[in-house]
Design a binder for this molecule. Structure first.
Ligand SMILES: C[S@@+](CC[C@H](N)C(=O)[O-])C[C@H]1O[C@@H](n2cnc3c(N)ncnc32)[C@H](O)[C@@H]1O
Length: 215
């Protein structure tokens, strides 16, 4: 098995709670990314509301933007992350949002999102805060595309270049090795289209790019 961890596994192992607080903070997201966590939730709601069949959220992290949505949804849902501490917080958040019991239709799997254990297919795949960690976007999108049903949809978000302050911070993160590439939304579009999966749209709000791919 060829495992690929995007980002710094040590960081997520040691600072899962701090990450969760940061990614959910309106102040942090406004200051650094010119964005709002409610936009992440709105994008995730589009993904979850786009179908009724099996749903996969990859690199789910702590499910900060999506826990309540997965509880409100009726879809058979799989949540995947390679970091056990992050996934544990996701499980807790969903259980709490559900009133104390993890709904049976929701499964959490600690594994590489690019190495599914069987030939499983999903109608929708969602990944938030992801593609800036990925060196080869086309290869990753292709690997996720292989897990989609015919006529399925991929919804992927990525930090991209945007406001000047965000670009400076992206430069620091890149220099520190915390992100793979600081792309423009246009570069992200080109790399996703190179995967040759289907119709692609990319929209940007602040320094967050939102990719939708329809097979
Ligand atoms: C920047 S965090 C995003 C978390 C969450 N989606 C969010 O927006 O808050 C990236 C996540 O990807 C996970 N990850 C990295 N490589 C992965 C892989 N190959 N398969 C599954 N999860 C992975 C990390 O453990 C981490 O939780």
């Amino acid at each position: 098995m060829n495992e690929t961890f995007f980002g710094d596994p040590e960081y997520y192992a040691r600072f899962a709670r701090a990450y969760d607080a940061m990614v959910g903070s309106r102040l942090y997201n406004q200051m650094f990314w010119g964005a709002d966590p409610r936009q992440y939730t709105a994008f995730a709601a589009r993904a979850i509301g786009s179908g009724t069949g099996p749903m996969l959220e990859v690199a789910v992290g702590t499910a900060q933007a999506t826990a309540a949505l997965h509880v409100a949804s009726a879809r058979i849902t799989t949540l995947v992350d390679m970091s056990a501490p992050m996934l544990k917080l996701a499980g807790q958040a969903i259980t709490e949002a559900a009133g104390g019991t993890l709904p049976e239709r929701i499964t959490l799997e600690c594994r590489d999102m690019l190495e599914p254990p069987q030939d499983l297919r999903y109608e929708t795949i969602l990944g938030l805060g992801l593609l800036h960690l990925v060196p080869d976007v086309a290869a990753t999108v292709r690997a996720l595309g292989r897990q989609l049903e015919d006529h399925g949809k991929l919804f992927l978000a990525s930090l991209v270049k945007g406001p000047r302050r965000s670009n400076a911070y992206l430069g620091l993160l890149k220099a520190h090795g915390d992100i793979a590439v600081a792309r423009t939304a246009g570069e992200l579009f080109d790399e996703v289209r190179d995967a040759g999966l289907g119709q692609v749209t990319v929209t940007r709000r602040g320094a967050m790019g939102y990719v939708e791919i329809s097979l």
